[in-house]
Design a protein around this ligand. Structure first.
Ligand code: NDP
Length: 350
């Protein structure tokens, strides 16, 4: 099995030299297949690369130790990730049989040996994929990015028709879906992204009312005043930092901020947001952090609604697909350089 590992902890922006490709021999730990543990070997087909993984690669991940999926990544070891694969060995168990398609916790490698179920917790599920849609959709749009966008927009932003929404990293995996859900719901949507090509795509393909390149703006506060002359009702924050400060300054009374992520702060170069809390008080703004996993109870609604929208062309799933396990570091690094449009995915095998 070929897999990707970090050579050491990464502090700052990642580069290719931080990673190595290792090989190992794998086998099923047969004696572990008891009633409580249930190991399978999966051939990885599509794996996700995600910004939050960088936070797990840092030397000290002080605030993350209590959350298992945010556990530190250990140099030299396999790196877990969300993905789609096919079972190649199931230790005789029939619930995840050989050749079954599965989605769940895989690794940045060719194969994953995993306890599909551990102490009653399911880490891998049978995937009932819609054959009319590409399988890669189940890593992003119909996977965790989609659930993040769906739960974050409908449950955290609590939208009302006609309200205004601002989305940052709007051409990315989560952002591009938030903007599309918000348009279908009947909101006025403006997004920001890091290139003119991305801005054009938001307006021309995804139906955003407006969009701008944040790198062209010298003053984010006045840019937002220009794009939201009547103020922002909801801000879906993917980036944190100065953009969050500017958005708070332009929020309307009783505005909501869904704090999804803070990618501008992950590489350590930018400073963290310094919020005008008095402004938050006077305007009675709600600022709420959330995790996709908080909305697993919406999963079936999310899948059926989104699948319908994709099938009838009301939504577009954007993916940026790299090929081969060796390209995982490049794909991952690309997230912090704005290389991707839509969900960054690596196809490991056919
Ligand atoms: P994206 O597909 O949006 O990819 C990352 C994008 O972020 C890049 O393409 C780039 O686009 C933008 N970016 C990179 N660096 C910066 C920077 N310094 N300032 C502003 N923008 C930057 O990733 P995801 O959709 O997977 O994730 C988006 C956010 O959502 C992240 O913060 C992530 O951590 C968070 N997240 C949170 C989840 C949750 O459960 N709360 C689940 C999944 C993701 P551009 O060209 O526009 O700069």
């Amino acid at each position: 099995n070929k897999f990707v590992a970090i050579k050491g902890h990464i502090n700052g922006a990642p580069s290719e030299s931080d990673f190595e490709i290792k090989t190992e021999t794998i086998s099923l730990p047969a004696i572990r297949n008891t009633s409580k543990e249930y190991y399978v070997i999966v051939k990885n087909l599509y794996v996700s690369v995600d910004p939050y993984q960088l936070n797990r690669m840092k030397a000290q991940s002080s605030s993350q130790s209590a959350i298992s999926f945010a556990a530190p990544i250990i140099p030299g070891h396999a790196i877990d990730t969300y993905g789609v694969g096919r079972v190649v060995e199931s230790g005789g168990r029939s619930d995840l049989a050989k050749d079954e398609l599965v989605a769940g916790l895989l690794t940045w490698g060719e194969y994953t040996v995993i306890a599909a179920e551990e102490e009653g917790i399911r880490l891998l599920n049978k995937l009932d994929a819609d054959e009319a849609l590409p399988l890669s959709h189940y890593v992003g749009t119909l996977g965790f990015s989609g659930l993040t966008a769906y739960g974050g927009f409908y449950k955290v932003c609590k939208p009302k028709k006609g309200e205004s929404v601002f989305v940052s990293a709007a051409s990315g995996s989560v952002g591009s879906l938030v903007g599309q859900y918000a348009k279908l719901f009947g909101c006025h949507v403006v997004g920001c992204a890091g290139t003119q090509q991305k801005v054009d795509l938001l307006k021309e393909k995804l139906g955003f009312d407006d969009a701008f390149n944040y790198k062209d703006e010298t003053d984010l506060n006045s840019a937002l005043k220009r794009y939201f002359p009547k103020g922002i009702d909801m801000y879906f924050d993917n980036v944190g930092g100065e953009m969050l400060e500017a958005a708070i300054g332009n929020m309307n009374t009783f505005g909501r901020v869904a704090v999804c992520g803070a990618i501008s702060e992950y590489t350590g170069g930018g400073r963290g947001a310094s919020l005008d809390m008095l402004d938050v008080v006077y305007k009675r703004i709600t600022i709420q952090g959330f995790l996709a996993a908080d909305y697993l109870n919406c999963y079936s609604d999310f899948i059926s609604t989104t699948t319908d929208h994709l099938r009838n062309g009301k939504m577009h799933a954007l993916s940026d697909i790299y090929h081969g396990v060796e390209t995982v570091p490049l794909a991952f690094i690309g997230l912090f350089r704005g290389h991707n449009i839509g969900k960054m995915i690596v196809q490991i095998a056919n």
